[in-house]
Design a protein. Structure first.
Length: 422
């Protein structure tokens, strides 16, 4: 089926900031739109998110954050190359690569390239009468991912109520996706109630819908979430374990890991010991970005002493980049990668990174960003790509529930299995 039109426009994300949407129209008059997310704790090695800072219009209305240039790149550079072609994700991604061969997408902006690439995947799936998840797994059971869900937020997402960015939970003892989600909802509700009991009548609801309850130490925050797991009658470490996103690049300053709330500062070697003790003392099954994005030595040093059951997950370290993943595999820096399509900029290249990770025995966690939209394509990608885990933030906020609800829909309407990555 032929592409008849490609049209981009600016929309808003969940922080009220502009982001890019692209709509691909097909010969049967159907229209397939995709909206891209945006991070706050972005890694230095992510593909370029093109914003209009410096132009008078952008500065006046959007604090420099508008994306008119990215929208224009789609409408004037990508659209003419696609209109009239048969719809196919690989054709679309190849055309984009021809116009902008850089892996950082610095020519067009990754927000422009990903919007078109995703709309292309949706459009091709439609042309084959498939859902987006089915497009990537045409036969057999779809594999619903294990949810990794934010309970407490800190760092850049919650005005630094905690030194680290997230305390999350992984309900790996649940037998189905819907059971897993129901456990999480209960744990989060209990955390909100107990937060109030601690005298924190007004807690902050953070960018990803998590609770911004202040804690001075990471251990204290972990113990609080453990008590909420127990409070609901579940066994920490057996039914539900903790996952942390340390997001340490955010507090790696002048060669030191600076925990401002805890009023402690650590050298790289000391922080390796700190993290080693933390995972020993708490039922933590997954730890993300414990070390800064270019502190490769600490990653390697910790990986060599980390307990074998621990998922050591690279986000800012890998930025969904093939070359950084390959370095991490060669150096045994980690055993899992966070997959964020907008760190990469193309659907097919993101899938290639995920497949390389699986090929090397790495676990994969498909992840949303802190700035999201109501679009739910991430749920279909995680499922269709057999990622086995998904991270979307908390259970509050329509931009978050859009993904959970899409997974519930897939569970209800398709032949599925529930991933058991742990
Ligand atoms: C992360 C993400 C999502 P951001 O660090 O993993 O939680 O945050 O989108 O701000 O980079
Ligand atoms: Mg992260």
């Amino acid at each position: 089926m032929k592409i008849t039109r490609v049209q981009a426009f600016q929309v808003l994300d969940s922080r009220g900031r502009p982001t890019v949407a692209a709509a691909i129209s097909l010969a049967d008059a159907s229209v397939h739109t995709a909206r891209v997310p945006s991070g706050a704790s972005t890694g230095a090695h992510e593909a370029l998110e093109l914003r209009d800072a410096g132009t008078a219009l952008a500065e006046k209305f959007y604090g420099g954050k508008s994306v008119f240039a990215a929208v224009a790149n789609i409408n004037t550079k990508i659209a003419p190359a696609l209109v009239g072609k048969e719809v196919a994700l690989h054709t679309i991604d190849n055309q984009i690569r021809e116009i902008d061969p850089s892996t950082s997408r610095k020519g067009l902006g990754a927000n422009a390239t990903l919007a078109v690439s995703l709309a292309g995947a949706k459009a091709e799936a439609h042309s084959k009468n498939q859902s987006l998840a089915r497009f990537f797994t045409p036969t057999g059971n779809l594999l619903l991912p294990m949810p990794m869900v934010n309970i407490l937020s800190g760092g850049a997402h919650a005005n630094r109520t905690l030194d680290i960015q997230d305390v999350l939970v992984l309900p790996h003892g649940a037998k189905s996706f819907s059971e897993a989600l129901s456990w999480i909802v209960a744990i989060r509700e209990l955390a909100a109630v107990r937060g109030k009991e601690r005298g924190l009548v007004t807690h902050l609801v953070a960018d990803e819908g998590g609770l911004g309850i202040p804690f001075d130490s990471i251990e204290e925050a972990c113990s609080f979430v453990v008590s909420c797991i127990e409070g609901f009658g579940l066994k920490p470490g057996v039914d539900v374990s903790l996952a942390l996103d340390i997001a340490s690049t955010q507090f790696f300053e002048n060669g030191q890991y600076q925990l401002h709330n805890a009023k402690q500062s650590y050298t790289s070697a000391e922080f390796v010991d700190f993290i080693t003790n933390l995972v020993k003392n708490q039922p933590i099954i997954s730890i993300e970005d414990p070390f800064a994005e270019d502190d490769w030595d600490s990653w390697k040093n910790f990986a060599s002493v980390a307990p074998p059951h621990l998922q050591l997950l690279g986000d800012d370290l890998f930025t969904t980049s093939q070359s950084r993943l390959e370095r991490g595999i060669a150096e045994k820096s980690a055993n899992a990668i966070l997959i964020k399509p907008n760190q990469n900029g193309l659907v097919s290249d993101t899938l290639r990174v995920l497949e390389s990770a699986h090929g090397a025995g790495f676990k994969t966690v498909v992840s949303a960003r802190s700035g999201e939209t109501e679009d739910s394509w991430l749920a279909d990608l995680a499922t269709g790509w057999k990622a086995q885990q998904i991270k979307v933030g908390s259970t509050h906020g329509s931009e978050r529930t859009a993904k959970w609800n899409r997974l519930l829909e897939l569970e209800a309407t398709e032949e599925t299995s529930f991933a058991q990555p742990f």
